[in-house]
Design a protein around this ligand. Structure first.
Ligand code: IPM
Ligand code: MG
Length: 357
């Protein structure tokens, strides 16, 4: 049966990078009988400009009905002064929340060809292959109450609530343990259990589940130490599991180990592996519309979509190999460029991946 993919290019460089991923998917429809139908809609500032909200109800329904969603990026200067309730980011958060995409997989994998593109020494990052499993629908991002209130003395106070229930911790822990079983069987759970009760519970639940996966070696690490260890000795990590906000921060940090955040793909999955796929980077308004962005994170996200939601592991592997090939050819967008390489535009990079397929 034909599978339905909803494409939400979004803002900034979103439309440019998704266009390149679509080229790749279109090519696979012809060459490998990929049986998908793609439709496009608006999210983020682009949706706000048309509908007055960053995600129309109709788009939300389409996303729920689709087999997978491929998203570019949201946000930009133009919408920064809007009320927080209608900011572009809210569109993305609503998709994650209402589709119940609690498991965010962010692989920080270093293509060997890019060992020199990282700001860290090549020997520190060569061979790097980390999977960050970030809880995506809970924690301080969604905890209630939240807001800005006025105190009795007239001063305003901002507040958010960091909450995790046992069931939320359990389901993300299982995803992480299962991922570790398919990899090097090492799991690092990241928390701040020395200060925050919510992560004290997190640690307790992870330990409770651990005996179900006796082959997995479990470690716990405070988030401040984890941030340091990631740049000190990143190869000690295999799978890392953490809450929503810590995962947001650590995945940006980890991306720089791979040369550029422009290389980092992601999958956000529900309990049935239905998912949304997006690069881990943002909308980069400073280079939007200039054909300079790196489309590889989005192309690699499309590969993750084929793997996890569309049941075409073969084509996921094919895309990843094609990306390796264009890097072998020395083609680089500005973010991963180094001496002696050939600088290409966003669309040239997409064309090269299609050619390498
Ligand atoms: C990410 C982004 C989002 C997040 C923003 C755009 C809401 O930084 O996907 O990492 O904080 O989750
Ligand atoms: Mg982020």
């Amino acid at each position: 049966m034909t599978q339905q993919v909803l494409v939400l290019p979004g803002d900034g460089i979103g439309p440019e990078i998704t266009a390149e991923a679509l080229k790749v998917l279109e090519a696979l429809k012809i060459s490998d009988g990929l049986d998908i139908e793609m439709s496009e809609d608006l999210v983020g500032g682009a949706a706000y400009d048309v509908h007055g909200v960053p995600l129309a109800d109709e788009t939300m329904e389409k996303a729920k009905a689709a087999d997978a969603v491929l998203l570019g990026a949201v946000g930009g200067y133009k919408w920064e002064s809007l009320d927080i309730s209608v900011r572009p980011e809210k569109g993305l958060l609503r998709l994650r929340s209402e589709m119940q995409l609690f498991a965010n997989l962010r692989p920080a994998f270093l293509f060997p060809q890019l060992a020199n593109a990282s700001t860290l020494k090549p020997e520190v990052v060569a061979g790097l292959d980390i999977l960050i499993v970030r809880e995506l629908t809970g924690g301080i991002y969604f905890g209630q109450p939240r807001g800005i209130r006025t105190l009795e003395n007239g001063e305003r106070q901002g507040f958010n609530t960091y909450v995790y229930s046992e069931s939320e911790i359990k389901r993300i822990a299982h995803v992480a343990f299962q991922a570790a079983m398919k990899r090097n069987k090492k799991l690092t759970s990241v928390d701040k259990a020395n200060v925050l009760e919510v992560t004290e519970l997190w640690r307790e639940i992870v330990n409770q589940i651990a005996p179900e996966y006796p082959e997995v070696e479990v470690k716990h690490m405070y988030v401040d130490n984890a941030a340091m260890q990631l740049v000190l000795n990143p190869k000690q990590f295999d799978v890392m599991v953490t809450g929503n906000m810590f995962g947001d921060i650590l995945s940006d940090e980890a991306s720089m180990l791979t040369g550029s955040i422009g290389m980092l793909a992601s999958a956000s999955l529900d309990s049935n592996n239905k998912g949304m796929y997006e690069p881990s980077h943002g909308s980069a308004p400073d280079i939007a519309g200039k054909n300079l962005a790196n489309p590889l994170a989005t192309i690699l996200s499309a590969a993750m979509m084929l793997r996890y939601s569309l049941n075409r592991e073969d084509l996921a592997v094919k895309i990843e190999a094609a990306v390796g090939k264009v890097l072998d050819q020395g083609l680089r967008t500005g973010d991963i460029f180094s001496e002696g390489m050939t600088k290409v535009s966003c669309s040239e990079m997409g064309d090269a991946v299609v050619a390498a397929l």
